[in-house]
Design a protein around this ligand. Structure first.
Ligand SMILES: *Cc1c(COP(=O)(O)O)cnc(C)c1O
Length: 396
């Protein structure tokens, strides 16, 4: 029996394992020191009360014969898809309907799986640095990847490629750089996609962290995107669902791709076919929990948590800038991307920060070659730990 040889082309994603190993070794040598992690991308604040209440109600539903639910509708429950279509789109003047929404168990699986609908020969573009899922899922499928460098020189906005791309993954607000795209910058990508018959896979996992009113929350705010873009959403960072699991994917009815014979096929129907074959839905209780985020109390409570994280980001930005560091992001995203001082490599600065300040950051090189010479800090921490970490960095 032979393996899928494409898996041998994956570069080892040892980043978080390597960080954990180095932190563990440091702790063993320095058992008295408490280490603060501004490295991992998981949330720290518990679920909002409205969400917990919805979970309790849904659990009761499941325990009573009259309200028990088994397998749900393949695309997700109508109650959630209607809430999404209204609050995330119609209320913002965006033309997306409930039958274009597919509820999922989160954005990681859908951003990884969507490429299955596309030809194995597709040329796929990803930004560099990048959230590794997009590239790795395509490498597993045997595709070649074009890296679009995002550097200080282009303000972390990838330039339009000279070559033809079939598929482009964009993630804004961006993980890891924390940067955003203006309406005009995003419009250029939509124009490119329409001109090249390319598909944009737009990861909007961090849209709820945008505070600047001129920055688009959804690619569908751009004219023409209904013809060329798929959009992924997640409740993980927005509402602390990393352990609960729920998100959704928008596949507009207007997005089509060609058969070899030139016939245009709607991706909405294909994705429905793919999901109903390989996915049996998100749990009823997770979907009820997600629905509660759209109630007045739910919206207010999750906004308070987002504000809490963004206050951390602001504190970090202020401290790092006052120390003379060059920083990016952190204003419309819970990540700060920082140039390492003195020309240190990402790992050299990681080591220095761990040993001198007992603070953990994420080496930028782990997200791609253009990340060398940068580190990422996350705002997903408690107020106390964030303040303590900044004090320590100031003291170094
Ligand atoms: C955290 C994150 C997600 C969310 O993944 P889930 O599977 O919904 O938890 C998606 N995209 C990016 C870029 C992320 O950082």
């Amino acid at each position: 029996m032979l393996i899928n040889e494409h898996y041998m082309n994956l570069s080892g994603n040892y980043l978080f394992a390597e960080i954990a190993r180095k932190v563990k070794a440091f702790r063993e040598l320095n058992p008295q020191t408490d280490v603060i992690s501004l490295g991992i991308g998981d949330v720290t604040q518990p679920l909002a009360p409205a969400v917990v209440e919805a979970l309790h109600h849904a659990a009761d539903d499941m325990g009573s014969p009259a309200s028990f639910r088994g397998y749900g509708p393949e695309r997700g429950y109508e109650f959630l898809r209607q809430a999404i279509a209204f609050y995330d789109f119609a209320a913002r003047g965006i033309d997306i309907k409930a039958d274009e929404v597919f509820v999922s168990d989160g954005a990681k699986s859908d951003t990884g799986n969507f490429q299955e609908l596309l030809s194995a020969d597709s040329v796929v573009g990803v930004t560099d640095p990048v959230y590794p899922v997009y590239a790795d899922a395509n490498i597993m499928a045997g595709r070649s990847i074009v890296k679009l460098p995002c550097t200080a020189d282009n303000n972390f906005v990838p330039e339009l490629p000279r070559e033809h791309l079939d598929v482009i993954y964009l993630c804004y607000p961006n993980n890891p750089t924390g940067t955003v795209l203006t309406r005009q910058q995003l419009s250029r990508w939509v124009a490119y996609a329409l001109e090249h018959d390319a598909l944009i896979l737009y990861d909007a996992a961090y849209e709820a962290f945008i505070s600047d009113t001129s920055i688009p929350h959804s690619i569908y705010e751009i004219a023409g995107a209904r013809q060329c873009a798929i959009e992924f959403h997640s409740y993980s960072k927005t509402a602390g669902f990393t352990g609960l699991r729920c998100g959704y994917t928008v596949v507009p009815l207007d997005v089509t791709a060609a058969t070899a014979a030139g016939r245009r096929i709607a991706l909405n129907g294909l994705w429905n076919r793919r999901q109903s074959t390989k996915f049996n839905g998100t749990s009823y209780i997770s979907q009820r929990a997600a629905q509660s985020i759209y109630t007045p109390q739910g919206r207010q409570q999750i906004q308070a948590t987002i504000n809490y994280y963004m206050h951390n980001a602001h504190q970090m930005l202020t401290t790092l800038r006052n120390l003379g560091h060059k920083t990016y992001g952190g204003e419309n995203a819970p990540y700060i991307w920082m140039k390492t001082p003195g020309g240190l490599s990402s790992w050299q600065y990681f080591k220095l920060l761990l040993e001198e300040a007992n603070v953990v950051c994420t080496p930028g090189i782990g997200f791609g070659p253009s990340g060398e010479g940068y580190v990422r800090f996350t705002a997903f921490n408690t107020r106390e730990n964030t303040e303590k970490a900044m004090e320590r960095i100031r003291a170094v």
